[in-house]
Every structure is written in C-alpha cells, then in structure tokens.
Design a protein around this ligand. Structure first.
Ligand code: ZN
Length: 150
C-alpha cells in the first residue's frame, strides 16, 4: 500500500470482480483450520474476532464493541474476513460510498465504516472461533513483558 486510501481502493477493485474472496491482513495470526472454516461455511460473510482487541468506537457513548460477539453488536474486523459474491451483490456500493465521509477512506477507519454500514442495513457477520491474533499486538506485549522482567 502506498497511500492511506489504497486499502479502500483494493476493496473497490475486489467488489468490481464480484468474486468471493478471503481478506487476510499481513499481521493476522490465525489457527490452522481458520481458512478451511471460512471456505466451507455456507454463510456469505464471515470473520474472526481478534483476541484481546479492545478498540472502542461509538461516538459520544463509546462501547467495547470488539469484545462482544458479532451477533450482539460486536465489530467484525477485516483481519481475516470472507466475502462471498451474494454479500458483494447485496451491497454493491459499499466501498464506493466510503469516499462520502470525511475521515474516509483511510485504511484505519475501514473496519468501523464496514461495521456501521452493515449495521444500518441489518447485516450480521457470521463469527468463527477461535479468535485470531494481531502480530503487532503480540509483539508489543512481548516487549512489555520483557521490560517488566528486567
Ligand atoms: Zn461462517
């Protein structure tokens, strides 16, 4: 990626193809059967939550949405997410509309954008387990632990 909006351009391009795909971010650590779960699941939109992800969103009254299951209002992160053609066709303008918002389509707002967009349209991401891990977060924790040990 070169610019902040390259990630959104990537999703736009994938949407134009109208083909099912699995998005896996470079710093996502997943379990050996995670991809298989997504491939064989009949649901059109699936993802894994990130272990220990405590991102807060929600304007005036923030909530720890990432800590809740997706079907109870939890945010489904893009880290490891499957989009099948029926989902893409259900929301054909999803990524094009990202450019209508002030703070978009910067890559670090796309999870929240997808969350709000699909929530307004009553779509719930199918959740798989166990959660994935963010490599950066694990690295930071490792450094923290080392510092505490010194
Ligand atoms: Zn699924």
């Amino acid at each position: 990626m070169n610019g902040d909006d390259d990630y959104a351009h990537y999703f736009q391009e994938r949407w134009r193809r109208e083909e099912s795909f699995i998005n896996c971010e470079h710093d996502t650590i997943f379990h050996k059967d995670s991809i298989e779960q997504l491939v064989y699941c009949p649901e059109p939109w699936c993802a894994f939550a990130v272990d220990g992800n405590d991102v807060t969103i929600g304007g005036k009254d923030p909530v720890l949405t990432t800590l809740k299951p997706f079907n109870e209002g939890g945010l489904a992160p893009l880290c490891l997410m499957k989009f099948e053609t029926p989902f893409i066709l259900r929301f054909p303008n999803l990524w094009d509309e990202a450019w209508l918002y002030d703070d978009l389509p910067s890559w670090h707002h796309l999870d929240a954008y997808l969350y709000e967009y699909t929530k307004e349209r009553s779509a719930v991401c199918h959740q798989h387990y166990p959660n994935v891990i963010n490599a950066n977060k694990m690295y930071r924790q490792k450094i923290q632990n080392l510092r505490e040990d010194l």
